[in-house]
Design a protein around this ligand. Structure first.
Ligand SMILES: [Zn+2]
Length: 255
């Protein structure tokens, strides 16, 4: 089995995890920008993007893992200053094809400031054919999702380029109904392989991508292989397993 993990923060994990992922068949990852604090300003964000684009891509390649880098301002790590210059810099990185996607971006509490920064980033990404990886929070998920979907609609974003991530099973239908991609995170406290089974039994495998969101929270480098193993034991076909753990994300973001 081959896997592409559609949402990770591998730069926050050690070499043992990368080795485990590589050995278990993870051949590609999408690395999303995030810092677990509010950075002071431009230079921190500049260096974060440099870290991911140059250093983390190389580190992953040493394990035989290909990487695609998503850059953006995460709603939980909005810089204390220089937002405008950071947005200009994000545009330059897309212009020079240094980054492959916008992300992760989104809303955490749904404040006016979060909304404004999200909209500005969507407007930049809309100028390029890049996918957008959109974060949904643990709290108030359904209400925030409605806000996100209305922003996507009013900004004329092609929903087929958008992954709405960390969905709970009850919200998959809403996201799929507008043609956006449903991102499902298999992680302690989020979804289990059993949840993935229930979701694809109900909605099929079209427009569904699974990820580990491996990072600072308790998370599982084997989330994808573990899910594949479970689905296989439940009798799901190899083709369907491959779609949600490999091909669907590969079509959106070729590795
Ligand atoms: Zn994340």
């Amino acid at each position: 089995m081959r896997f592409i993990d559609s949402h990770t923060h591998t730069y926050l994990r050690g070499p043992e995890d990368l080795e485990l992922m590589a050995i278990s068949g993870v051949e590609g990852v999408i690395v999303c920008s995030f810092l677990p604090f509010n950075p002071s300003g431009f230079s921190t964000m500049h260096d974060l993007f440099k870290w991911l684009i140059e250093v983390e891509t190389y580190r992953l390649s040493q394990y035989g893992i290909s990487a695609r880098i998503a850059i953006g301002i995460h709603p939980k790590s909005i810089p204390e200053s220089d937002v405008k210059s950071i947005l200009d810099y994000i545009l330059t990185l897309f212009d020079n094809e240094k980054a492959s996607a916008l992300g992760e971006v989104g809303l955490e509490i749904g404040s006016k400031e979060e909304e404004e920064i999200l909209i500005q980033q969507i407007r930049i990404a809309n100028e390029y054919p890049v996918p957008m990886i959109i974060h949904t929070p643990r709290n108030n998920k359904s209400k925030i999702l409605d806000k996100l979907l209305s922003i996507i609609d009013s900004e004329n974003v092609d929903p087929a380029r958008v992954i709405i991530d960390h969905l709970t099973p009850d919200l998959v239908e809403k996201v799929r109904s507008i043609g956006a991609i449903a991102g499902l995170t298999v992680q302690p406290g989020k979804l289990t392989p059993r949840d993935i089974y229930d979701i694809i039994t109900k909605f099929g495998t079209e427009g569904i991508v699974v990820n580990s969101d491996i990072g600072i929270n308790p998370s599982d480098p084997l989330a994808l292989p573990r899910t594949a193993h479970y689905l296989d034991r439940c009798g799901v076909s190899g083709g369907d397993i491959q779609k949600i753990l490999y091909s669907n994300i590969r079509i959106l973001l070729p590795l």
